[in-house]
Design a protein around this ligand. Structure first.
Ligand SMILES: [Zn+2]
Ligand SMILES: [Zn+2]
Length: 567
């Protein structure tokens, strides 16, 4: 399956190394990057990551998940030589199961990332089988024209693997999501000499995480967070709940260790946490001695003898914490004097949902502790001093900032220029950058978003979500009129109002306003012309919208059905 590449081979005339993102540059999430190598009409591609993002509240009604539109690579599927996954966060692997049938390329991932993907596949894959090649940590392998070397970096999940990509045109370092952490709690500390030796050999391009590019300083270590959480739990008198991202194995380990250190039993609630814990024990990131009680034990434990680790840190309405906050959890209840620690930060767009749950907990009398009160969370992304350090190691000729909204990407671009990098490309999704020779933006690939709508994947531009948005603002009036083939109105026209106020300010029924408008219009259209059903429908539609608009100040959507009934 693994073919010999020519990473160290000769650079033939006309061959180019290019980079393009189908997601990840311009909005948070949905990371999907492509590297291409070869002459313009014979490029071979390698995909790095295949992630999802989530809709922001009411903007995309009815949509659970957003995926990148992959038509650019789908149209040239036979040129896609492989999909390499840097780590198991949903914004990097969440679209694999749904999009793989359109891509059909071999997948490369380390054991933990592969384990997480397989656990999800077993739950949601519907029998789909994926050709996952498990590659060793810090391993080397070949994907099409790319010689790939993995470099483990610290992040908020185990086995975050940066990629050193060797091609005849030069070496690219694709960081993935990373931070510098001397005491990451999970995995080995950073191998500094390895990074600086990559720089010594010469790095053509650095493609680098921009998430925290305008936060000054250096992120605290995971070990400092652990110490702080342990102290807080030690000082608590009642029950303690900790909620964090379920994939943050270091944090799970911290809460477990803190429970042991403070003489409390650990209870775990939430399916996503159970899944991660099982994969982490299998891959050695949690000890075999990692034990916890199931949630049905919670009620039997003394208040001062329990720590609950639970899902729901992002305000997810069906997760454990949301149900606890509404006092609707079958096994777990919290009350006055108990403490809830948010060992996390709300992803932009989730703040309102998180706030609602925090309000319910506060109303119950629970104390809340978030990362603005104490060191209970640290981001997994590099701040400016960490970025500077990476530049000093890599000394790249080209920088492409990735993983962020436009403002984050611009912030890192400015920093890169400050650090003396010659060619900086703060590009957005779809812009194709030639990394070598002659770095430049050379072309544009079609990009977009796919909505998961129930069981279907629909392009954002297809419309149903746009229509739903409009419906949510103005509601709808549906009118039904029966006519004879000669254009006589049969019976009474009917109307249904949905999402429209029932009464006007004067107390008149809105339905009557609608029916009067219909009658008036039908009377004013001469019978001869009523045979033109589209014309009648359009006249009624306009009249209804105008009449309702006059008393409401807003015009509803109006649909008119004309049924011609043979006598
Ligand atoms: Zn990410
Ligand atoms: Zn990540």
């Amino acid at each position: 399956m693994i073919k010999k590449g020519h990473g160290a081979g000769r650079w033939e005339k006309g061959e180019e190394l290019v980079f393009v993102a189908l997601g990840g540059l311009g909005e948070i999430g949905m990371n999907m990057y492509l590297y291409g190598y070869g002459s313009q009409d014979a490029r071979q591609w390698m995909m790095v990551d295949c992630g999802i993002t989530f809709p922001e509240g009411e903007n995309d009604p009815g949509i659970d998940v957003i995926l990148p539109d992959v038509r650019f690579i789908e149209e040239n599927r036979d040129t896609l030589t492989g999909i390499v996954l840097t780590h198991a966060h949903e914004d990097h692997v969440g679209a694999v199961i749904e999009l793989w049938p359109r891509l059909k390329a071999p997948i490369y991932a380390t054991a933990f990332t592969a384990g997480m993907l397989r656990a999800k596949l077993a739950e949601y894959g519907g029998g789909l089988e994926l050709p996952i090649h498990v590659v060793p940590l810090d391993g080397k392998f070949t994907v099409g024209p790319f010689d790939v070397e993995l470099v483990t970096l610290a992040h908020s999940i185990p086995e975050m693997s940066a990629l050193a990509l060797r091609t005849p045109a030069g070496l690219v370092f694709h960081t993935g999501d990373w931070k510098l952490d001397e005491k990451p709690l999970i995995g080995d500390p950073l191998d500094v000499t390895r990074l600086s030796s990559l720089g010594d050999k010469g790095v053509l391009a650095l493609v680098c995480d921009s998430t925290n590019a305008y936060r000054e300083g250096t992120s605290p270590s995971e070990a400092e967070v652990a110490q702080s959480i342990t102290e807080i739990i030690g000082g608590a008198g009642g029950r303690v709940a900790v909620t964090c991202f379920s994939s943050n194995v270091a944090r799970i380990k911290t809460v477990w260790a803190a429970a042991q250190a403070t003489g409390r039993d650990l209870v775990v609630a939430g399916r996503a946490l159970h899944r991660v814990i099982s994969v982490a024990i299998d891959t050695g990131y949690l000890p075999k001695s990692f034990k916890y009680l199931d949630q049905d034990q919670f009620g039997y434990l003394e208040r001062s003898k329990v720590v609950l680790l639970c899902t729901g840190s992002q305000g997810e309405p069906r997760a454990a914490l949301a149900r606890i906050a509404e006092d609707e959890h079958a096994d777990i209840s919290f009350a006055k004097g108990d403490l809830v620690i948010y060992s996390t930060r709300a992803i932009p767009g989730n703040e309102k949902a998180v706030g609602r749950i925090q309000n319910s907990l506060a109303a119950m009398g629970c104390a809340l502790l978030t990362d603005s009160d104490a060191l209970v969370h640290v981001s997994g992304h590099p701040r400016r001093d960490e970025l500077r350090q990476m530049y000093r190691w890599m000394r790249p000729q080209v920088v492409v900032p990735m993983h962020g909204e436009a403002r984050h990407i611009e912030a890192q671009a400015a920093l890169a220029r400050e650090m003396g990098v010659r060619d900086v490309f703060p590009v957005l999704d779809g812009e194709i950058v030639r990394l070598a020779p002659d770095p430049a933006v050379i072309d544009e690939a079609p990009v977009g978003r796919l909505f998961r709508d129930g069981r279907l994947l629909i392009p954002e531009s297809d419309g149903p979500v746009h229509e739903r948005r409009k419906l949510s603002y103005v509601g709808i009036v549906v009118v039904s009129i029966c006519q004879s083939p000669r254009g006589e109105v049969l019976g009474e026209p009917q109307a249904i109002l949905d999402g429209v106020p029932q009464e006007t300010a004067d107390g008149e029924a809105m339905l009557d306003v609608v029916l009067d408008a219909i009658d008036g219009t039908l009377k004013s259209v001469p019978r001869q012309r009523r045979k033109g059903q589209n014309l009648v429908a359009e006249a009624v539609r306009r009249a209804v919208r105008a009449a309702v608009g006059e008393v409401w100040g807003k015009k509803p959507i109006c649909k008119v059905l004309i049924n011609v009934i043979d006598e």
